[in-house]
Design a protein around this ligand. Structure first.
Ligand code: FE
Length: 221
């Protein structure tokens, strides 16, 4: 039986033909290449069964192409930094900062709203500031990862992930600004309390979606 590798995400499919669509990243069949005995060297034979067809998962054998060496010193430094970010997985590593802090911040928002304890609300605000400060690097490293490792593929999966990341960014910035403008927003007397909590909930769901898709791409399941 032939083996086919998705050149975008590395998913391995077994069959006479490549699948119409990659079950992991959504790339179409033109993105699959046949896996020969030579190119399969180094893969692991963990068998998966995703959409009713037989498939396997393998260690990622792809080389990330950073393009020709730039002529300027600044360009070479930028390319080197990009290579290091990809090699050491800067995006999945850095994204755990906001993704770890963000749910705690939302939990503190809820506790502050229910109990009225001001210090818990302040803790939620400080956490949210930390999320906002971490996001520029997370977004930048995610963009590099998408462009270089995943070929800038415009499949539904990546579109949803990008939208989720933008929603997280927008909602977290809005929450911080809202809090600065109205520090009493979580008080029982505040008419905007429910709206503030709802915005936090949207942020939480969007972060969950972005993280879920990231896990799907990394583990190819
Ligand atoms: Fe794929």
């Amino acid at each position: 039986m032939k083996k086919w590798r998705c050149t975008v995400c590395g998913y391995i499919h077994e069959g006479d033909e490549p699948p119409e669509k990659c079950p992991v990243c959504g790339a179409d069949k033109s993105k699959f290449e046949e896996l020969t005995a030579e190119s399969a060297t180094g893969t692991d034979a963990t068998t998966g069964d995703t959409d009713g067809t037989s498939g396997t998962q393998a260690d990622d054998p792809r080389q990330v192409d950073l393009g020709p060496a730039p002529k300027t010193g600044v360009g070479r430094i930028y390319q080197f930094a990009m290579g290091q970010m990809l090699k050491h997985h800067a995006h999945p590593v850095s994204t755990h900062v906001p993704n770890g802090v963000l749910p705690v911040s939302f939990l503190f928002i809820l506790i502050a709203a229910v109990t009225g304890v001001i210090s818990v609300g302040t803790a939620a605000f400080c956490n949210m500031v930390f999320v906002v400060l971490a996001l520029p690097f997370v977004l930048f490293s995610g963009y590099i990862e998408w462009q270089k490792r995943y070929q800038g593929l415009w499949s539904g999966l990546f579109v949803v992930k990008i939208i989720a990341a933008l929603v997280v960014t927008l909602t977290s910035v809005l929450l911080v600004i809202w809090w600065i403008v109205n520090p009493d927003v979580l008080n029982a007397s505040s008419a905007n309390r429910i709206g503030f909590i709802a915005l936090g909930f949207i942020m939480l769901i969007a972060a969950g979606i972005a993280g879920f898709i990231g896990g799907k791409l990394v583990f190819r399941d």
